[in-house]
Design a protein around this ligand. Structure first.
Ligand code: ADP
Ligand code: MG
Length: 288
């Protein structure tokens, strides 16, 4: 069963000169309950704007000009601002690439997890919230969670800060977790640990995940379903297994050639594989 269905989403940016940048151009995909869908594509292909559209965090000069975002039968695009504020954090939570910009440097990590609980779980008292915060820190693998409650973000490593962001996002047990390049700033070992953690939390809670990355190696580790974006369009959609075993769209094939194959050395640069002179939109879409 699908948790969320994005249908014909269009998000455009309007310049003062009257130009229109169709950042997200008629995008449709579904996220099944408890599964991980990856959006993959190069920088500027519209991945983040798709995520921000689901959260309805698009600011001027951008605007959602069409489509539907159906979360359990209600169209999020029809909700009032007040209703949408409740959806954010409670039903849909988001984590970003750079945790230092989303964590507040002036508050302890415990306080910031507690804040999410105060906002969305008014039924919990102070002691219950404290226990839940410590449990959340423990769950994301922060050592000595009781002591770390009172720690400020700058005292933590990059990997630990990203774990805290995940703890904040998961504290309210969202139905959908959107993660926009959450591991891009981390080294490969820590990245693998954070991906494992997200998978483990998903197994325990049944949360659906929309995971955004430009890195097919990350897709390989975490995706159930894959959506390939190119210049605001979806060019290919398939299960992870199908996509890696039998990529159909020329753009997907080009992207796949840019990741190292086991036993084959060095990583090729993007320029060798994705050809800037090719208009990949001229090929038929491969939606499976
Ligand atoms: P990515 O796939 O790298 O996440 P984005 O979704 O951020 O790409 O961007 C998609 C397109 O939207 C790009 O062409 C980008 O220039 C444009 N865009 C993003 N944010 C803005 C903005 N605030 N104003 C104008 N254009 C924007
Ligand atoms: Mg982005």
């Amino acid at each position: 069963m699908n948790l969320i269905e994005v249908k014909n989403l269009k998000t455009y940016f309007f310049s003062d000169e009257g130009e229109v940048n169709k950042a997200v151009n008629n995008v449709s995909f579904e996220i099944p309950q408890g599964k991980t869908v990856c959006i993959v594509g190069e920088s500027g292909s519209g991945k983040s704007i798709t995520a921000m559209s689901i959260m309805q965090l698009i600011d001027h000069p951008g605007r959602i000009v069409g489509g539907e975002i159906i979360l359990e039968e209600s169209n999020l695009l029809k909700l009032s601002d007040a209703q949408m504020r409740k959806v954010r954090g409670r039903d849909v939570a988001m984590i970003f690439q750079e945790p230092m910009t989303s964590l507040n440097p002036s508050y302890t990590v415990g306080y910031q997890i507690d804040e999410a609980l105060r906002l969305h779980h008014k039924e919990l008292n102070k002691q219950q919230r404290f226990d839940k915060v410590v449990e959340a820190l423990d769950l994301v693998g922060i050592p000595d969670p009781k002591e770390k409650y009172g720690e400020y973000p700058f005292k933590l490593s990059g990997g630990q800060r990203q774990r805290v962001m995940i703890a904040i996002a998961m504290a309210c047990e969202p139905k959908l977790l959107i993660a926009d390049e959450p591991t891009t700033a981390l080294d490969v070992t820590i990245q693998a640990q954070v991906l494992d953690l997200m998978k483990k939390l998903q197994d325990e809670t049944g949360t659906s995940i929309l995971f955004i990355t430009h890195d097919l190696a990350v897709v390989y580790q975490i995706a159930d379903e894959v959506v390939v974006m190119y210049r605001g369009h979806i060019v290919e959609k398939a299960s992870a297994k199908e996509l890696f075993e039998n990529p159909k769209h020329p753009y997907t094939k080009a992207l796949l050639n840019s990741i190292p194959k086991p036993g084959v050395t060095p990583r090729k640069s993007r320029l060798d594989t994705v050809d800037d002179t090719v208009d990949y939109l001229s090929f038929p879409k491969e939606i499976r």
